[in-house]
Design a protein around this ligand. Structure first.
Ligand code: ATP
Ligand code: MG
Length: 615
């Protein structure tokens, strides 16, 4: 006995028996010699047109999918469908349309109805809808759980393609197997059940991009989560995109000032560079990145902060800090907190990158922070294990390197022909017990152009930011440094490492000669100069002045515990009395004459500074 072939026909409203007859004739002729049973149902969610499900083939002539195709994130909600349908009711004039391929008539909501009631951006979608039926494959969910689905029948699905479940949820196909497709569900995964229909869309998940996102906190699908209301984006971008080609890139040659003296002097970052911030938990990683964002105020740099797998309270405090320092107007925060599903955490950095790309390709400089990629890797591992992919080292799947390389390669300095924009990426990675040779840290170190290593021991000893100069490096940034900064920072690294070596030696309590003592004292003072409070970025000119003083060893007379105070007061004094020099240093100049002026000013001010106490 053979079972009859079932064909379901879904429409938005009742169709006439004449129309049914035509559908039946068409599909019966496709399956000659088989018994075919037709099943009719009404689903207002499709808005208009019709859908014929024949085994795993999906003849999709619905208005809804056309709208989704033009603008995948235009949420075709129930209210939307209702608005469209009421519009139709009110007009009373039902316009019949012929759809190209199968010659079926669809007499539902029309272009004019939708246009009048919803939005002009849909017009394109509606126009497309007139043209043809989309034949796509559909399947049925055979397994679902933990944000992962397996579906059979999706024989045309591609890797990374967006799938749509019948309840409207988006999914991404990640594992293409012989008899089924494994995918991750991005939204409403708790409402997805077995046996639901899922169809391929031929598209990649997209997020809203553009200026409307500035100052907002959004989830990885671009939906606002800051309670400031919805926005209608002008444009969407796929979250996955190829990195700029070699010929479209330019050299990294302009500095991106972080405002942190230890970084701008010794580990300079250029626009378009990828610099890793790495360190144990609670060593000030986020603070360094947030300070870099705060320092971009008034510098015409757009910032994107992507929070992955962090506590909601941590994200809230970052947003609060950014707001307090006036950084939100030029910043977008993309957040997938620890309570978000693994798939959402997985797409978060790609979504943030797409948002940043839009600004970069329109010629702007962008700074993007991924906080942090170790949690991103963990989310990807969780998904991969649920998809039953073979685990490799530390149970990460085999493509874990590609996961981050394709993300970080999208950061670039574009050539003039491409608009000259740039995307500087600051990925963050958390280590365990300072082990930078673990799997994920080594991967990302090899992808990036250098790393800023934050040390727990330094942090606890009060040296903050706790930058370990020995293990930190910037492979391309020094060519982006201004001549003034270069001339004062040259000796700095050497001085510091020498002082550190001597400090170890001095621990043995041996008698030290005078020159060693001096070098030690000097190292201590240099360290004091490099110490900086959190969220207090310093301009490059001020940094150069302070570093000049430190490298010329002009702080010998100032007691160690008062250097902080001295720095602050001296900068204020220098600003007032030598504003012209500050201006010239800011433009990159540092001549011998200027150096002498600084020296004189320090000597003069030191007398005043120390004398103040004696009086
Ligand atoms: P986590 O591992 O939890 O993400 P983290 O490495 O990102 O931590 P932060 O949250 O940036 O570290 O900083 C930890 C603490 O150290 C914060 O309370 C912060 O205020 C403090 N801190 C960071 N940098 C400095 C600094 N330069 N001076 C003083 N305190 C600092
Ligand atoms: Mg952090």
């Amino acid at each position: 006995m053979t079972f009859p072939r079932k064909i379901s026909v879904v429409t938005a409203s009742e169709i006439s028996s004449e129309q049914k007859e035509r559908i039946e004739k068409l599909f019966s002729s496709k399956h000659k010699g088989e018994t075919v049973e037709f099943e009719y149902s009404i689903d207002k969610q499709i808005i208009g047109g019709l859908l014929v499900i024949d085994g795993d083939e999906f003849y999709d002539g619905t208005l809804r999918s056309q709208i989704e195709k033009i603008n995948p994130n235009y949420l075709v909600t129930e209210e939307f469908a209702q608005a469209a349908l009421t519009a139709k009711g009110r007009k009373r004039k039902s316009v019949k349309r012929r759809s190209g391929k199968s010659g079926l008539e669809t007499a539902d909501a029309t272009a004019a109805d939708i246009k009048a009631h919803v939005d002009s951006e849909l017009l394109g979608a509606v126009n497309e809808y007139k043209k043809s039926f989309d034949v796509r494959h559909a399947g049925s969910i055979v397994f679902c759980g933990d944000g992962v689905i397996k579906a059979n029948g999706l024989s045309d699905a591609e890797y990374g393609e967006m799938l749509r479940v019948e309840n409207g949820a988006q999914a991404i196909a990640l594992s293409l197997e012989e008899d089924c497709v494994g995918a991750i569900v991005l939204d409403d995964d708790d409402k997805v059940t077995a046996h639901m229909t899922v169809k391929s869309t031929g598209m990649i998940v997209s997020v809203p991009v553009g200026k409307k996102l500035l100052g907002r906190v959004v989830n990885p699908l671009g939906k606002p989560i800051d309670g400031l209301g919805d926005f209608r984006a002008d444009k969407y971008r796929p979250i996955e995109a190829p990195a700029p080609a070699i010929k479209d890139r330019d050299k990294v040659n302009t500095p991106l000032e972080t405002g942190i003296i230890a970084l701008d002097s010794m580990i300079p970052i250029g626009k378009g560079q990828r610099e890793l911030i790495i360190g144990d938990r609670q060593t000030g990683k986020t603070s360094v990145a947030v300070d870099a964002i705060i320092n971009q105020r008034g510098k015409n740099v757009v910032c994107v902060y992507v929070a992955i797998g962090q506590k909601s309270s941590t994200v809230a405090s970052v947003v609060q800090t950014l707001t307090q320092h006036g950084a939100m107007p030029y910043t977008v925060v993309v957040s997938a907190t620890a309570s978000s599903s693994a798939p959402l955490q997985y797409i978060a950095p790609y979504a943030g990158c797409a948002i940043a790309e839009e600004f970069m390709y329109s010629g702007k400089d962008v700074l993007i922070v991924y906080d942090d990629l170790s949690k991103h890797a963990v989310a990807y591992r969780a998904m991969s294990l649920l998809l039953k992919r073979p685990p490799g080292r530390e149970a990460y799947p085999g493509d874990i390197f590609y996961l981050h390389s394709r993300l970080l390669e999208r950061a670039a300095k574009l050539s003039k022909e491409k608009g000259g924009g740039s995307m500087t990426a600051l990925p963050i990675v958390e280590t365990l017990a300072g082990d930078i040779s673990a799997y994920i840290p080594t991967n990302i170190i090899s992808i990036t152009d250098g790393q800023i290593f934050l040390d727990t021991a330094l942090f606890n000893s009060g040296m903050r930011p706790a930058v370990n100069v020995g293990l930190s490096v910037s492979r391309v940034g020094s060519s982006a440094q201004s001549p003034a900064m270069k001339s004062v920072s040259g000796r700095l690294r050497l001085d510091l490492s020498q002082a550190r070596e001597l400090a170890v030696f001095a621990q043995f309590g041996a008698d030290l000669d005078e020159s060693t003592m001096r070098a030690l004292e000097r190292g201590k003072r240099t360290n004091e100069v490099l110490r900086q409070d959190v969220h207090a970025p310093m301009s490059t000119a001020h940094q150069v002045v302070l570093l000049y003083i430190a490298t010329k060893d002009l702080l010998g007379a100032i007691p160690l515990n008062r250097i902080d105070e001295f720095k602050e007061q001296f900068i204020r004094y220098f600003d007032v009395h030598h504003a012209d020099i500050v201006k010239r240093i800011a433009s990159g100049e540092l001549t011998i004459d200027m150096g002498i002026t600084i020296e004189d000013a320090v000597n003069e001010f030191s007398v005043y500074f120390l004398g103040k106490d004696n009086a």
